[in-house]
Design a binder for this molecule. Structure first.
Ligand code: NAP
Length: 274
């Protein structure tokens, strides 16, 4: 029997839609929903909010059973732009208020002061356009500052790169210590985990694939995971990783795969925690 766990109110297993334009996003979301997944992750920057919305409209599943996240792109942090573009996102998705709205990145090269876009973000939340708010790619100093600026408004999650090869301990430990769960993006290290001998070996004892072990590991660490695939069989198999339960000894071995392999990096990124 499958288990449907939530972390901090969010279904622990979601489906990511980055780099899946148009019909690919549409069919991917459909397959994820068919597999039983009820948590979908999109963003303004993925340019597929309309396709994700179309799949949700056509899937026959009641809206309130699906958890939908979208993200405000940092190029939309200028005066009035967070509200204007969040309205655009809601129009494209056409699902009513989203379940979770994230700031996709901190402002690139500090182009906008944190206060200026956090106050706009709070306005969007206060207007009821999203049920929850959160952040993505926020470092320790940024999340601490954001918490102060948001006052009573709770940060539901920090979505960051986390996988067996880059377990991102500094930000994970900090957020977990202050009660903010993490969503692990690129949880399969963008496919780099395929063929890993330790994952395969542990997989054999669980009658599971190495990729399922990579996802089960992150979930056992308390993270929400949002793997992406454009293939139906992989979408189903990734979703089934919920059913793998790893032992403490296996967890210790899997933690040993850490090698500081950060995949999403560039001049738009904040100074990462070390
Ligand atoms: N907040 C942010 O800044 C941020 C950044 C990056 C990603 N994200 C989110 O996180 C989601 C997932 O991250 P990601 O797409 O970067 O990487 P990922 O989920 O770690 O990996 C996706 C890659 O792995 C392959 N794959 C998936 N399942 C597989 C399986 N069972 N066996 C073998 N290969 C498999 C896929 O290929 P096929 O399609 O060929 O199966 C694809 O190339 C994104 O879609 C997005 O929603 C957020």
């Amino acid at each position: 029997m499958s288990m449907e766990k939530r972390v901090g109110g969010i279904l622990q297993m979601g489906y990511g839609t980055w780099n899946r334009p148009g019909d690919e996003a549409y069919s991917g979301v459909m397959w994820a929903l068919e597999a039983g997944c009820r948590h979908i992750d999109t963003a303004q920057g993925y340019e597929n909010e309309g396709d994700v919305g179309r799949a949700i409209a056509n899937c026959g599943i009641p809206r309130d059973e699906i958890f939908i996240t979208t993200k405000v792109a940092p190029e939309n942090f200028g005066p009035g732009e967070v509200m204007r573009t969040s309205k655009e996102s809601l129009e494209k998705l056409d699902v009513g208020p989203v379940d979770l709205l994230l700031l996709h990145w901190p402002a690139v090269k500090n182009e906008y002061p944190l206060e200026s876009y956090i106050s706009q973000f709070a306005e969007v939340y206060d207007a009821g356009m999203t049920k929850n708010i959160g952040v993505s790619n926020f470092t320790i100093p940024l999340i601490d500052e954001a918490i102060k600026l948001l006052g009573d408004r709770k940060i539901m999650v920090n979505q960051c790169e986390i996988h067996v090869y880059m377990q991102n301990r500094p930000i994970v430990d900090h957020c977990q210590s202050i009660g903010i769960p993490m969503t692990a993006y690129s949880p399969l290290a963008r496919g780099a985990v395929v063929g890993d001998p330790l994952l395969a070996e542990i997989g054999e004892t669980h009658n599971a694939t190495g990729e399922q072990i990579a996802l089960a590991f992150l979930m056992a660490e308390g993270h929400i995971v949002i793997p992406s695939s454009g293939k139906k069989d992989r979408i189903i198999s990734n979703y089934e990783a919920r059913n793998v339960e790893l032992s403490d000894a296996e967890m210790v071995r899997l933690r040993g795969l850490e090698k500081g392999m950060r995949l999403v990096n560039g001049d738009w990124c904040p100074v990462w925690d070390v």
